[in-house]
Design a protein around this ligand. Structure first.
Ligand SMILES: [Zn+2]
Length: 670
């Protein structure tokens, strides 16, 4: 368990450093992340390096027994480098250069940038490879965020062609797989292939909308992701070449860009780090719960929360300046991340910046460096962690339910949207949120993970299916698992081309249904779906989309009540081998979906952690400990089914217990 802060000593006079680090140590902070935007200080001009200020900081940290997460500074190439090599600047989809003045203004494929990256990273490696104060290395910062997911420069164009040659071998294969016969796009030379602009890509300013071949877009997305991973690899190899042996990581950018396949990227990292900025003024904890469950699922183990909130993020990131966090919010949010698998919490940031765009982003300290309520709250956590560190250093729990996540499915949903109202993440998180509110733990994992031990697997919007996925899911159900799939299942191959089989394609036998047709439902069309849940009937309008199902072997679970599809199933269940395969052929409201999920969970004998489903009340199991967190602004009463000891108060608890607003319990069964 590590408490850490992002610190920018370069923002403050040297005379302040000792006081800052002393305050950190008093608060139980044992790690400091430094250097991620400091290239122009580390290398003042090409080849002239200065590490004296880092030496000084490391010396001060040593005095207090603290350690450093040392960052490579490549997210902000310095002015001298841009002046010397203007071609390193990233080119946006509208072919404008991203100019110096902010950050992330580089092309990840540019050779000049690669050379200078290797120079600075090697020098840092040489200088600090055997420094015992360096706890870990941190590469760059939030790759691909802030509209930098794809570069459209000439270098990238050439490298894209090479990437395509390696993937497809010859042009005939590419033409066939992409269906370039559509709109007369059959290529006869690699150099004819442009860098495509996705009219639906919300991450950058775009040219007037036009439509590109979705297979072409998907290939370019994969190429951009691979390119970023290559750039990460370049830095890791440079560090390893200088005998660096401490763990290496980079901070993922949560779900803000989704331009990189983090499952692929994480294969290069010693540990997954993700950033997440919950809003400390609201009760809804489910958004960040999804981020943390995904972070833990990337490698299936503990992760580091490399940036998290210490207050309002300010107008430059949140588009509004929020109020100061309510008392207890930072503490409850810290325990939430820990309960869901974080081993390290790095607060962003130590002290509110006096200059630069983050002037309204609240640090633990304000601009004047005087410790106030936010500091005292972090200090309380530090004191608690010092006492609990040994006991709570446990591996995260595996849950009985998992949601399968795929960046390729996400990209496909973005490239060929089924509705402006639909997002892949929104669809997955509806199921995740409902399970959290029911107090059923969920893992979020990739499709290639071993799923045999899970009781229920959800594979929402599984729009691209190959033989491996079909076999994986079929074996799982055959062996006794319960699978839930939803709309668009099995529709495409991994080039983004629709199958010529009757849907759900490769999963037809498993699901025991045929999709008669699929259609958008922009206005709900006055339809209702009815679910028989025990002795009650639950109804919802089918929202956004439906795959209209005809049963071959499956039984109906919910049916349409009106229109020409009256009596046809909206949800089916197929018995396959020892398991069940559910097809949820539309999107329904939360109440309906919750009742459906409850039926499935009950059928599998999965018990919720507690029974009270109340706003802002979160439960998580980590190891033998049950965490109960009250994010709401009201005290809550909870019924405990057995006797526990609260590790924070050492009180024995049983029956009905009160948890105050923003309160935390860590319960050990006695
Ligand atoms: Zn480029």
């Amino acid at each position: 368990m590590y408490l850490s802060v992002a610190y920018y000593p370069e923002h403050w006079p040297r005379t302040e450093w000792g006081k800052d680090i002393g305050l950190m140590a008093d608060a139980g902070i044992n790690l400091v992340r430094v250097g991620e935007f400091a290239w122009s200080l580390i290398e003042k001009e090409s080849g002239r390096f200065d590490f004296s200020w880092l030496d000084e900081i490391i010396g001060l940290l040593d005095k207090y027994g603290m350690k450093i997460i040392l960052c490579t500074p490549t997210a902000s190439p310095p002015p001298w480098l841009v002046e010397e090599y203007p071609d390193i600047l990233l080119v946006h989809a509208n072919r404008s250069r991203r100019l110096l003045g902010s950050r992330r203004h580089y092309c990840y494929n540019n050779q000049n940038f690669h050379e200078h990256t290797v120079n600075v990273v090697r020098e840092m490696g040489k200088r600090f490879y055997n420094c015992p104060t360096v706890f870990a290395w941190h590469i760059d910062n939030e790759f691909a965020n802030e509209g930098t997911g794809k570069c459209y420069c000439q270098v990238c164009r050439e490298k894209f062609h090479n990437w395509l040659k390696a993937r497809y071998g010859d042009l005939d294969e590419l033409n066939r797989k992409w269906g370039t016969v559509f709109w007369s796009q059959v290529y006869t030379k690699w150099t004819q292939i442009e860098l495509p602009v996705n009219a639906f890509d919300g991450t950058v300013e775009l040219q007037p909308a036009f439509r590109n071949n979705p297979s072409h877009l998907l290939a370019f997305q994969r190429f951009a992701s691979d390119s970023y991973i290559g750039y990460l690899r370049l830095q890791i190899d440079a560090l390893h070449g200088e005998r660096v042996s401490a763990p290496v990581t980079t901070n993922f950018g949560e779900f803000s860009a989704n331009e990189i396949d983090y499952y692929d990227m994480a294969k290069n990292l010693d540990i997954v780090s993700n950033d997440c900025y919950p809003d400390p003024t609201i009760s809804d904890y489910t958004r960040q719960a999804f981020v943390y469950d995904h972070s833990r699922g990337i490698k299936g183990e503990r992760f580091w929360l490399m940036e998290t909130t210490t207050g309002s993020m300010g107008i430059c990131w949140a588009r509004h300046n929020g109020p100061k966090p309510l008392p207890g919010s930072l503490r409850v949010l810290t325990y939430q991340a820990f309960a869901r698998g974080a081993e390290l919490i790095n607060y962003f940031l130590w002290r509110t910046c006096r200059f630069g765009v983050e002037q309204h982003e609240m640090g633990i300290l304000d601009h004047d460096g005087i410790p106030r309520r936010r500091y005292e709250e972090i200090k309380k956590i530090g004191l608690e962690w010092n006492k609990l560190r040994k006991e709570l250093s446990i591996v995260p729990q595996k849950n009985e339910v998992a949601v399968l996540f795929s960046y390729e499915h996400l990209w496909s949903s973005r490239i060929s949207p089924i509705s402006p109202k639909f997002t892949y993440l929104g669809h997955l998180s509806q199921y995740h949120r409902i399970l959290q509110e029911m107090h059923v733990g969920v893992d979020v994992i990739p499709y290639d993970r071993d799923i045999s031990a899970y009781k229920v697997i959800l594979a929402p919007f599984c729009c691209m299916v190959n033989d491996e996925i079909a076999a994986h899911l079929t074996e799982y159900v055959k062996g006794g698992g319960t699978l839930i799939v939803t709309i668009e299942t099995g529709m495409k191959d991994f080039e983004g081309v629709i199958t010529d089989e009757t849907l759900p394609g490769k999963l037809k036998a498993l699901m025991g249904v045929e999709v008669e047709h699929f259609e958008g439902l922009p206005n709900n069309e006055n339809l209702t779906v009815c679910l028989n849940a025990g002795n009650k009937k639950i109804r919802s309008a089918p929202l956004i989309w439906r795959d209209l199902l005809n049963s071959i072997a499956a039984e109906p679970v919910a049916v349409y009540e009106n229109g020409y599809s009256k009596g046809q199933p909206a949800i089916t269940r197929n018995i396959y081998g020892k398991g069940y395969a559910y097809y949820f052929g539309t999107v329904c409201d939360d109440k309906f979906t919750r009742e459906f999920i409850k039926c499935v969970v009950k059928e599998k004998g999965i018990k919720p952690l507690i029974t009270e489903e109340r706003e802002g009340l979160e439960t998580v199991r980590r190891g033998k400990y049950l965490f109960i967190l009250n994010h709401s602004q009201r005290n809550k009463t909870i019924s405990l089914g057995r006797t526990y000891e609260d590790k924070l108060t050492h009180k024995k608890l049983k029956g009905k217990v009160k948890l105050e607003t923003k309160g935390v319990m860590i319960l050990e069964p006695t």
